[in-house]
Ligand binder design. Structure first.
Ligand code: ADP
Length: 689
């Protein structure tokens, strides 16, 4: 601008100077050159210059570049003052006028930024400076000035501003601040707003000093940070530091600083540039994750331990491929397989399964998988989720099979599986457990063997008792047979008369039939005791059974001068029991009682009643020598006997029978003389509840 004035003054001077034509020519050439340079400089910097006289119509001067940047044809003249005004953006016009009027009034320079709006709608940014030229009277003779098209600059500035904003936002989001410093001279060249804020300073209040930053580092870490910074920066090495900062009123925060030397010529000597990351949050998350992982690991270990202790393995199967996708550690152990990271394939598994058990397993899996695939159809089309639940229940597979270990030992396992279905009813997985039930199975076999052995023993006991009762039974049988014979011969007599008395004959024949039936009944009862039939519970009248046994043992008792008495409670309820077993218990106890009184004779009484606990109780008491002294408990043990020919099994069998019915059997002295054996049986309604 000053240059423009000078050139114009020179031009004016040029006209008035009395000089030789050669000198003049040289001066003119000089001027032209300088004007050309000026025009070139204006073009390069997009700077237009102008001049006008306040209050005068039109412009005194527009440089070529001003025409160009305002996009006005130079031939368009005369240069109207309004032309420039028309280009000024309407929103900025008032500001331009105000600034000019103020400068005119205050007789001073004016500087302003404004926008230009072109007829086709384009915008340009201008930077305008106006300067007053005064006449001798000190009045403003002219305003000269420049208008620079700074659109490009503005765009760059805007882009820079935006990218700076993005960078600041990025730093904020990642808790990362940037910095640049020289540790030797303790100079800070740059500290981003995020970086300054991280150390607890207000970024608005300017750049804190090196010492300020150092003060904010946790006292325990300050020395280490300073020393490391200086040592590494002296040797030009990259920085990698972790430390804590303790800003006032803030909890301790954890920082990670990385930096490297700036090797550009433009940078200050010893300058380092880098970033500092606030890792507090990440550290917390890492710690939380680590804790969660530890918890998971622990619970996995407990689970593995629980699986080991309970001999339970777990597995998962992909229904799409039918392949095993998970196998717990215990699964490998149960299946006798070497533990591997990946689950074993079906080949390896089937080698461990007893060949006879493979077909049902395959069939079970196939059936379940086929049905599982229908889950979503059930869900979609038929009965909705209720139907699905029913189907899922149906799909819960339970299989039992044998595992053959490499050493040939057999294991029994029970596998439970059920499908996992997503919200849409699609089958995603099939999961389950396998329990090693070998011990359980062994115990079951053992129990079965014992049960069988007990049954055999009980049977033997019955047969041996019947042996002892042979006389009694034959006597028992003799009675109906004798009665039958008498009745039959009486019938014959009635019929043999001249006038046969058919009526009497029918009556005696009926009596014969009755006696025959009674004999058949006795034989049936005895046969039942001989027969080896499985136990059968039925509703029985307890008193009725007592009566039967008393009748059967009547002769036996008489033989040894033992009188028998019964004492039945009225209206005792029915009991649920096995007839033969109950007869066996009664017979055992009563035979023992008779045997105890063999030498002396005595009294045997059988009582029934409903006891205080609501149980049916039968008591068999005698007036014999009583229980063997100090052996009251032992008498129930198998093989305990005080008799030369005794087996010692009677009471043991009785107790096991009574207990299998849910009752108890015990012995007590019968007052001052003899022994009393009692046993209880639950009444029928006890079973119903
Ligand atoms: P066994 O009759 O073959 O000895 P039991 O198991 O029936 O086997 O009886 C075991 C023992 O209990 C008898 O040897 C006897 O000592 C005792 N005992 C059983 N019943 C009586 C009783 N009524 N009075 C006295 N002792 C009895």
């Amino acid at each position: 601008m000053d240059l423009t004035t000078r050139v114009r003054n020179l031009l004016r001077t040029n006209d008035t100077l009395p000089t030789t034509s050669r000198e003049r020519e040289a001066a003119v050439n000089q001027l032209r050159r300088s004007e050309a340079y000026l025009a070139e400089a204006q073009r390069l910097t997009k700077t237009g210059s102008w001049a006008f006289t306040p209050g005068k119509e039109g412009w005194n001067y527009w440089s070529d570049e001003l025409f160009r940047i305002l996009e006005v044809d130079p031939r368009q003249g005369p240069l109207l003052l309004e032309l420039m005004g028309q280009r000024v953006h309407p929103e900025d016009r008032q500001q331009v006028v105000d600034r000019y009027l103020k400068a005119l009034n205050d007789k001073e320079d004016y500087v302003l930024d404004h926008r230009m709006l072109y007829p086709d709608g384009r915008l340009k940014y201008f930077h305008t400076i106006g300067h007053p030229i005064f006449n001798d009277a000190g009045e403003i003779a002219e305003f000269v000035g420049t208008s620079v098209d700074v659109t490009e600059q503005k765009r760059i500035e805007e882009a820079l501003r935006r990218s700076e904003a993005y960078l600041a936002e990025g730093q904020r989001l990642t808790h990362t601040g940037s910095w640049s410093l020289n540790a030797a001279t303790r100079q800070i060249f740059h500290s981003s707003a995020e970086h300054t804020g991280m150390f607890g300073f207000d970024p608005e209040k300017g750049l804190p000093s090196f010492e300020d930053f150092l003060q904010r580092i946790h006292p325990e870490d300050q020395e280490y940070v300073l020393e490391t910074l200086q040592t590494l920066m002296r040797s030009g090495e990259d920085l990698d530091l972790r430390y804590r900062i303790a800003a006032p009123d803030c909890p301790v925060r954890y920082m990670h600083t990385i930096g490297h030397p700036v090797l550009k010529e433009s940078s200050a000597p010893g300058e380092y540039v880098g970033i500092t990351i606030d890792t507090t949050e990440r550290r917390r998350l890492d710690q939380e994750r680590e804790q969660a992982e530890n918890r998971l690991r622990r619970s996995e270990a407990y689970l593995a331990e629980a699986q080991r202790l309970s001999h339970t393995g777990s597995w998962a199967l992909d229904p799409a491929t039918g392949k095993i996708i998970y196998y717990s550690e215990e699964m490998f152990r149960i299946m006798g397989l070497e533990p591997t990271l990946d689950p074993p394939d079906s080949e390896a598994i089937s080698q461990r399964i007893h060949p006879e058990d493979i077909p049902p397993i395959i069939e079970g899996i196939e059936r379940t998988l086929a049905a599982s695939k229908k889950c979503w159809i059930v869900m979609d089309q038929t009965t909705g989720s209720q139907g699905l639940e029913a189907l899922l229940k149906e799909l819960q597979a339970e299989l039992e099979f044998r595992v053959v270990s490499p050493d040939g030992t057999l294991k029994y396992v029970r596998s439970y599986g059920h499908p996992i279905v997503d919200k849409t009813g699609h089958l995603t997985e099939f999961v389950g457990t396998i329990v090693d039930v070998t011990e359980q199975k062994k115990a079951e076999f053992e129990r079965e063997r014992l049960r069988q052995w007990e049954a055999d023993l009980a049977h033997m006991n019955r047969i041996s008792m019947l042996g002892e009762l042979a006389a009694s039974i034959s006597h028992e049988l003799k009675q109906p047979i004798a009665a039958g014979i008498i009745s039959a011969s009486t019938t014959l007599n009635w019929l043999a008369r001249d006038e046969p008395n058919v009526e009497e004959a029918r009556e005696t024949a009926t009596a014969t039939l009755k006696a025959g039936k009674r004999a058949a009944e006795i034989i049936d009862h005895v046969r039942a005791l001989y027969t080896k039939a499985p136990p059968k519970r039925e509703l029985l009248d307890g008193n009725e059974i007592i009566r039967e046994i008393v009748a059967l043992l009547w002769v036996e008792a008489n033989r040894y001068k033992v009188s028998m008495h019964t004492d039945f409670a009225a209206e005792v309820p029915m009991i649920m029991s096995d007839r033969v077993q109950l007869q066996q218990v009664l017979m055992n106890l009563m035979l023992n009682a008779i045997e105890a009184m063999k030498e002396t004779g005595g009294s045997l009484s059988v009582k029934s009643r409903l006891n205080q606990e609501g149980l049916f109780q039968i008591s068999v008491s005698d007036t014999g020598p009583g229980l063997p002294a100090a052996k009251e408990k032992q008498i129930f043990e198998p093989f305990f006997t005080t008799k030369p020919q005794g087996s010692g099994m009677g009471l043991a069998i009785c107790r096991s029978i009574v207990e299998s019915h849910g009752g108890c059997l015990w012995a007590a002295p019968n007052g001052d003389r003899g022994a009393c054996f009692n046993f209880t049986l639950p009444v029928a309604n006890h079973y119903e509840t």
